[in-house]
Design a protein around this ligand. Sequence first.
Ligand SMILES: [Zn+2]
Ligand SMILES: [Zn+2]
Length: 464
Amino acid sequence: MQDLILLEPHEADLRALLHRETGAEAAAYVIFGQSAIAADPWTGAPRTRFVSHAVRPVPDEDQVSASPLHVTWSTRGLIRELGRATRDQLAFGIVHTHPGGRAEFSRQDDRNEADLARAVCNRNGPGYPFISLLLAADGGMAARVWRANVMVPVQRLAIIGRRLRYFGSLGQAGGDPEILERQARLFGSGVNDILRAMRVAIVGCGGTGSPLAMLLLRLGIGRLLLIDKDVVEVTNLNRIHGARRSDIGRPKVEVLAREIREADLGVEAVTLNAWAGTPEAYDALKACDVIFGCTDDHDGRALLNRFAYFYGVPYIDVGLRVTPAEGALPYAITARLSAIAPGSTCLLCRGTVDPRRASEEHLERTDPDGFRRLKAEAYVEGGGDPAPAVVTFTTEAATMAANELIQALTGYRGAEGMAWARFRRFETLEDKRVGIAARSGCQICDERALWGRGDVEPFLYRAG
Ligand SMILES: [Zn+2]
Ligand SMILES: [Zn+2]
């Protein structure tokens, strides 16, 4: 399967840049990051996904002519952009519009692109991809990838942001459609097809992750990736959905995978009994469409936060916090949901990930003796008493997270897509949505240089 991700801010740029009052066709360059997946966790097959990284206009002096049926421009700028993309190990693409037509490549497009693909191949070799993206006036889109004279249609084109939109054929939908019939009555069967085709990761399979897995199973997500390094303990039995007393000592991911398998609803779960920051986990996460973070681990969340910007995979982070409160009530009980995608502020800017805790956790994992020494000397804070947890609250937090995904796909609360942040206070019955301003200068979320950057060395430019 060839898939391609266009980031919502890039789509907005393209729509503005390529709009012509005259109704003429227009073109621009799009540069893509590459996400080489060694083995898709569900199929085992390798594939390369492209993620939009930058949009560049065709300079005025290069534009030759345009009408509602054609656009031509000199290739001077193209050669320059191609050289630049190649140097940065990015993939080069063009985008053009069909202002009066549909999102279907024309015969003229076939001929022009075959010529361009040959030119790109002569310069960069046969393995180097050349991507063509097509925008139609009705909002439709299509894309294809050329390597020398071999053309592969993009089967699945995703626009990623507050909304999640998919174009193209979604592949074989598994499962019995009757199972999801009552859901189709609300959202239409098209949404079920999208859900069936989705690959969704849950990182952290405890109090929040386990109910989320059960919800995504019933919602009809076709492929689930479950990542957690821990085993079931007796004190988890109050909140891990599906866990039995006899599961004590078993990896949490195995317990959930068993429940999913035995339910037999056409949902395929893959497990990884490891920390999310391992190379094996990265490769699996790169194949996903959405990642849910259900862990307290600051280091892991800092990683997934960065990952969302580099790979254009939306990250929905959810957590429950119980803190002693001042005033009449003894505790503040808050479910928090944070949606992260290029265009939003990141978890670090929001203060949801504590960089100091993240580095302490990193130390604890990589140098346990050093961590213990520092802890004894009270230099580090982590590893204190376990936090309180109640199944009804953790499950409600999971429901909020699943509903945010439904909102991104269906707009059942309105067309604006996901809320970037929501807080639910259980003891006061308050529900808050918070708009989040960009902190200027953040390298991850406020500058675009890392958006859609894809594969780099070291991974995510993250050393140590
Ligand atoms: Zn065309
Ligand atoms: Zn930031």
